[in-house]
Design a protein around this ligand. Structure first.
Ligand SMILES: [Zn+2]
Length: 217
């Protein structure tokens, strides 16, 4: 049964607050929810309160970074946290089946996929296989101008990578908002919120790049 517009859905501002609190536990080394592991009854159903589209990087598992237990997050992981049709479909699925109202598109610092895309632009190399190109081609538009700036104005490549990470997270969030008619409609109605974020590998902290004003505030 569809859970779209369910009254039981966790409002987006509350869902975001849960993620912030979980990230604070993660940074402080005080994991709680994610350590609980399997529990009886888990197979009966799920009601994830947020979708996280994150990078496949081995250092960025959303469940740990936000200290959430099994059943709390619906996670899509792909190198460079790019928005591909399968990711859009996964968000549609979560919104319709579980009534999930918050999607966080989470990039991270020192991202290898973004760094590789910058190198391809710098050196004019090919990405390799068509499959790899399907990732780097989706990152390229966000980083092309920044790499040009690096070459013309001698900007530090590390700084370029950092800016590229933020630009990619914002752009991926925007692409998702317009990823399908269903998602576009839900976002316009204020039902579904898409928030870009960047997870800092050196501090563990997740910076959310947009705020959600709670309804009625
Ligand atoms: Zn990455």
């Amino acid at each position: 049964m569809s859970q779209l517009y369910s009254k039981d859905s966790i409002p987006p501002a509350e869902a975001l607050q849960r993620l912030k609190e979980g990230n604070t536990r993660f940074v402080g080394g005080a994991l709680e929810q994610s350590l609980k592991g399997w529990r009886p009854g888990l197979g009966e159903g799920q009601r994830p309160f947020a979708v996280v589209i994150g990078c496949s990087d081995s250092r960025s598992p959303a469940e740990l970074v936000f200290d959430q237990g099994l059943g709390a997050l619906f996670v899509v992981r792909v190198a460079g946290n790019v928005i591909a049709p399968s990711g859009v479909g996964s968000v549609e699925f979560a919104a319709a089946q579980f009534g999930t109202r918050l999607v966080v598109v989470m990039g991270h610092t020192r991202c290898g996929a973004i760094s590789a895309t910058c190198d391809i632009i710098r050196n004019g190399d090919s990405a390799g296989s068509a499959n790899l190109r399907s990732i780097t081609d989706r990152i390229r538009p966000q980083v092309e101008d920044l790499v040009r700036l690096e070459q013309e104005a001698h900007v530090n490549p590390e700084l370029v990578l950092r800016h590229a990470t933020y630009a990619n997270a914002r752009s991926c969030a925007d692409r998702l908002r317009h990823g399908s008619t269903l998602i576009e409609t839900l976002v316009q109605q204020g039902w579904l919120h898409v928030v870009p974020a960047v997870y800092d590998l050196d501090t563990g902290n997740v910076e959310f790049l947009e705020r959600i004003v709670p309804q009625g505030a």
